[in-house]
Design a binder for this molecule. Structure first.
Ligand code: ZN
Length: 546
């Protein structure tokens, strides 16, 4: 009986130890971030902390808490080489862009790649496969996936809901932060009511803290701001946690990112002034709230965030940006109604129709039909379209070219586009919907707003071995540049001595590593096959020694 009691106490203590285990830092270098949670990234919010390593790969990555490796992923994009560690406290830590894996995992990954003849890997493990203790080295800092310089992307997720948490606002990591956010740019937009509420830019303040004059605004308008946070020890532009707009001390708009489920992140397109970021600027949070913005549980607003000036008196407008530590940047403007500010003349060369956000919408005109499902729009829009050009056989264009909507208008979902085409006989399989421009890349079946036509692609892709002086091997690496001037490269397959060999197609380069465990030293034959979206195939065979 006594023994039993002792055992029970030991178990309880064990559980307490787990629950109380505080996360340690994943890296040995001083804590400094090149990116933080909640950064605005066009179609998603950054969901982790990017740890700086001073530009070099190879630093050891430590498990921040004890647990077990539950998942390993490999992809040319996204997290690249990623590891998930599940902890007994209900959280999972995710480590992205790693250089490589520990030996045992690397072997399993490679087996999986050869078994499936695929570079991409998604392996799931149970608690007994790869248990880890806090501090264990689980990999090395790299630059794999969608990474532009060596760093560690670390996420802490709730295991059950899979939602990433802001580990700075939850107090897991406490960087020195006494700096306030910084306003880079502030824009004001007027709202016109004909035929549905549309907006146009009135003011573009690129030095927003130096504006002293009274800001003239029409009856109805809204404001958008480009603000980033600063932290001691880094020049990186980091995330602002909360945005606030007050008119005469009344809250007009606030947004606080909180812990963002990734599936909701796409609604960022409705939070930002989409046209400004599309034209190359950083994302700006706008005060106007769209009715189909499902981030509404993180937004407080009055008058849908619209600045309404009913009299011609001077009013005060206050913009605030707050970081996770409560550091607050404030901009104050005097604003006044000016009925002389009018919307620009409508372009009468385009056809237009009011589209309502909560219904499905569509248009049929001549050789074109476009359909947008309900829920695709964030707000009512004045949908515009026009025929831009006719067929152009010299470029393989076999239909009219249609401009569908304005690409400055964001969409939560794509639509379906049909364009009648005169496809030469026998080439039906080589026809595709093309995004029209200097190039004619395939748009895929689902299309957003933009300019499109049907094109025919009968030309196979090209490839260039990137070795020096006729050699195709540099060190133990073979790299091949691929190109396709029409529909685009869809896939590549590498065989060495007639057998599938692991390679990565990323952007326009295929790369592969010659490894002794797979390939004996000596003379070999490599065959590379590249296929474009219309099924045109190019194949080249070379011999090499290594
Ligand atoms: Zn990141």
């Amino acid at each position: 009986m006594k023994r039993f009691t002792a055992l029970a106490v030991a178990i309880v203590m064990g559980i307490c130890t787990w629950a109380q285990e505080r996360a340690i830092r994943p890296l040995d270098v001083p804590m400094s971030f090149s990116g933080t949670y909640g950064e605005l990234r066009h179609d998603h919010f950054h969901s982790g902390l990017d740890w700086s390593v001073g530009g070099k790969q190879g630093d050891p990555i430590h498990a921040i808490k004890s647990g077990y490796i539950s998942r390993v992923t490999v992809s040319p994009w996204g997290y690249g080489n990623g590891i998930y560690v599940t902890h007994p406290d209900g959280t999972t830590s995710v480590y992205g862009h790693m250089q490589g894996f520990t030996e045992a995992i690397a072997r399993l990954v490679e087996e999986e790649q050869y078994a499936n003849e695929s570079f991409n890997v998604n392996l799931l493990f149970g608690p007994d496969d790869f248990p880890v203790r806090q501090g264990d080295v689980i990999g090395r800092v790299g630059n794999t996936g969608s990474s532009f310089g060596p760093h560690l992307h670390l996420e802490i997720r709730d295991t059950e809901s899979d939602v990433s948490m802001n580990s700075i606002s939850h107090g897991v990591y406490k960087p020195v932060d006494k700096s306030t956010p910084f306003f880079h740019r502030v824009c004001f937009y007027g709202l016109s009511e004909d035929p549905v509420e549309g907006s146009w830019r009135i003011h573009n303040f690129r030095n927003p803290s130096s504006v002293r004059d009274t800001v003239r605004l029409p009856h109805r308008s809204y404001v958008a701001m480009d603000v980033t946070d600063r932290q001691e020890g880094t020049a990186s532009k980091l995330a602002v946690e909360e945005y606030r707009v007050l008119l005469d001390d009344t809250l007009l708009f606030s947004f606080k990112v909180g812990d963002m489920p990734s599936a909701r992140g796409r609604y960022i397109k409705s939070l930002i002034e989409f046209g400004e970021s599309r034209s190359g600027g950083r994302d700006m949070v706008k005060s106007r709230v769209d009715p189909n913005n499902l981030l509404l549980d993180r937004i407080e607003c009055h008058n849908d965030g619209v600045i309404v000036l009913d009299d011609d008196g001077v009013h005060s407008l206050r913009l605030e940006a707050v970081d996770e530590h409560g550091n607050r940047a404030v901009l104050r403007y005097r604003v006044r109604r000016d009925d002389g500010i009018r919307p620009p003349e409508r372009d009468t060369t385009v056809s237009s129709s009011p589209w309502i956000w909560f219904t499905q919408n569509g248009v049929t005109d001549g050789s074109m039909a476009y359909f947008l499902p309900a829920g695709a729009l964030y707000n009512n829009i004045n949908f515009t379209w026009r025929k831009v050009a006719g067929p152009d056989p010299s470029r393989g264009i076999v239909s009219d070219v249609w401009e569908i909507g304005s690409p400055d208008i964001p969409l939560q979902m794509s639509g379906e586009l049909e364009i009648e085409a005169d496809i030469p006989e026998g080439l039906e399989e080589k026809a595709y919907m093309a995004r029209y421009g200097k190039t004619l890349a395939s748009s895929g079946v689902q299309v957003g707003f933009g300019t499109y036509c049907v094109a025919v692609d009968t030309v196979p892709p090209t490839m260039t071995f990137l070795g020096n002086k006729g050699e195709i091997v540099s060190g133990s690496t073979i790299r091949i540049r691929v190109a396709d001037d029409a529909s685009g490269v869809a896939s590549a397959r590498v065989e060495i001595d007639g057998k599938w060999y692991l390679s990565m197609l990323k952007g326009d380069v295929i790369s592969l590593e010659l490894k002794e465990n797979r390939l004996k030293r000596g003379k070999h034959e490599i065959n590379v096959t590249v296929t474009d979206i219309c099924g045109n195939e190019a194949s080249e065979t070379r011999t090499f020694s290594y």
